[in-house]
Design a protein around this ligand. Structure first.
Ligand code: UGA
Length: 431
């Protein structure tokens, strides 16, 4: 099928490349000429394992093109995906400026029947908004349909998640429009759920908010574990064995970050507010997430007798492994607090260092993981990169002022840490 994808962020680029790989004829559009140029040369503007190989393969096969014109791409395609950013506005409500602008451009260009698909995470009612904007450009309602097809991919495993989704959600007013997407996704052989527009839009917000709530729940339990001498991993395993609960997203840690959970939890609170409902459960979910990080740093502070003049080694900066994304990363909260309290930070991350350096040029960055240990009063593990899991603990400890490690993601075993002479503190377990 002939497909256009507007926006080459995580969602747009991965969707476009995977659809091209499935044998479709894809045009990816971005209004940033430098991005388009890079992509034409097979260079990805985002860090995502496997994406560049896939871009180059499809460029070679001529199944993907990168362009700047929404009009040309719309006229060349039967299905047009809108996959532009919807960042939180000042009051937390998703900012739909980019979606509106793209819808206008698409509307101006439509010259034959086109299915316009909202893939960006948008508040309930946005399908109607896009439909109205396109109609306002003088397009007759017989010439287009708007479909909501929310994306559930995770950064770091985006290609796998797009090829192997648990489900595909398609929201539409007319069955014929939904069927266009059923046909497009048929080769994936995955369950498809066809709903009305509003339900599809709500499924996305409800899913992300539920997952964030699940993490906040186990993080709240982790505090009880610390207080009563229980072990949060054992509690999570015991809970997760119940099929009604499930084992995933019960990993206690410093809290959730990234470009999606914070924005979507806040977004759903606002959507609910607009509909006259005070979503207190989600407000508590946010509150637990904020205090979890500060509570953890409080333990560091207590052990070190304050942070004034203390040198903290930091392992990991990205909001999670396998990405260079630092949006709402817990590392940023920790750096800010440590600096405010008179401490210094020496940090290492395999790919996210450059991004943090733009925000915090005043901290030290390591060329190698072991450098963070140099003269450190303590080390905090913030992101569970694989390369941190089998570290030579003896080598790490030998460079430190004190062998003290605070594990924000429960990566290490207490036994191996203590064997290497470390004082070991982790989330969800008393010292
Ligand atoms: C999330 C959802 O998982 C995707 O389904 C969704 O498509 C995406 O948002 C989106 O809306 O675009 P992502 O933000 O890439 O994906 O990352 P996750 O792997 O879900 O992790 C989110 C945060 O939760 C990270 O900070 C991670 O460290 C934290 N987390 C995750 C935990 O603290 N514990 C867990 O058990 C799982």
């Amino acid at each position: 099928m002939r497909v256009a994808v507007i926006g080459t962020g995580y969602v747009g680029l991965v969707t476009g490349v995977v659809l091209a790989d499935m044998g479709n004829d894809v045009i990816c559009v971005d209004n940033d000429p430098s991005k388009v140029e890079k992509l034409r040369n097979g260079i990805s503007p985002i860090y995502e394992p496997g994406i560049e190989e896939m871009i180059r393969r499809n460029l070679n096969d001529q199944s993907i093109r990168f362009e700047a014109s929404i009009a040309d791409a719309t006229q060349a395609s039967e299905i047009v995906f809108i996959a532009v950013g919807t960042p939180p506005g000042e009051d937390g409500t998703p900012d739909l400026t980019a979606v509106r602008a793209v819808a206008r451009e698409i509307g101006k260009a439509i010259d034959k029947y086109t299915v316009v698909v909202n893939k960006s995470t948008v508040p309930v009612g946005s399908g109607d908004l896009v439909e109205n904007i396109i109609a306002e450009q003088g397009v007759s309602k017989e010439l287009f349909d708007v479909v909501s097809n929310p994306e559930f991919l995770r950064e770091g495993s985006a290609i796998h998640d797009t090829l192997e989704p648990d489900r595909i959600v398609i929201g539409a007013k007319k069955r014929e429009a939904a069927n266009k997407l059923v046909e497009l996704y048929a080769p994936l052989e995955k369950p498809m759920y066809i709903t009305d527009l509003n339900s599809a839009e709500l499924i996305k917000y409800a899913s992300n908010s539920f997952l964030a709530m699940k993490i906040s729940f186990i993080n709240a339990i982790s505090r009880l574990c610390e207080a009563c001498g229980a072990n949060v991993s054992d509690v999570a395993k015991g809970m997760g064995a119940d099929k009604r609960i499930g084992p995933l997203f019960l990993q206690a840690g410093l809290g959730w970050g990234g470009s999606c959970f914070p924005k979507d939890v806040e977004g759903l609170i606002k959507v609910a507010e607009g509909l006259g409902y005070d979503f207190e459960l989600l407000k508590a979910t946010q509150e637990i997430n904020t205090t979890q990080t500060l509570h953890f740093l409080g333990r560091v502070e207590k052990r070190l007798g304050g942070l004034q003049g203390k040198k903290i080694g930091m392992l990991g900066l990205a909001f999670k492994p396998n990405t260079d994304d630092i949006r709402d990363a817990k590392s940023l909260v920790l750096i800010e607090e440590i600096l405010n309290k008179g401490g210094s930070v020496h940090a290492y991350d395999p790919v996210a260092q450059e991004n943090v350096e733009k925000v915090y040029p005043q901290i030290q960055y390591a060329d190698h993981v072991f450098d963070v240990a140099e003269g450190a009063d303590a080390i905090i593990l913030v992101t569970e990169w694989n390369e941190f899991k089998q570290l030579d603990l003896e080598k790490l400890g030998s460079k430190m002022k004190n062998r003290i490690l605070f594990d924000g993601r429960r990566v290490y075993s207490r036994a191996s840490m203590e064997k290497a002479g470390f004082e070991y503190y982790t989330i969800g377990q008393a010292q």
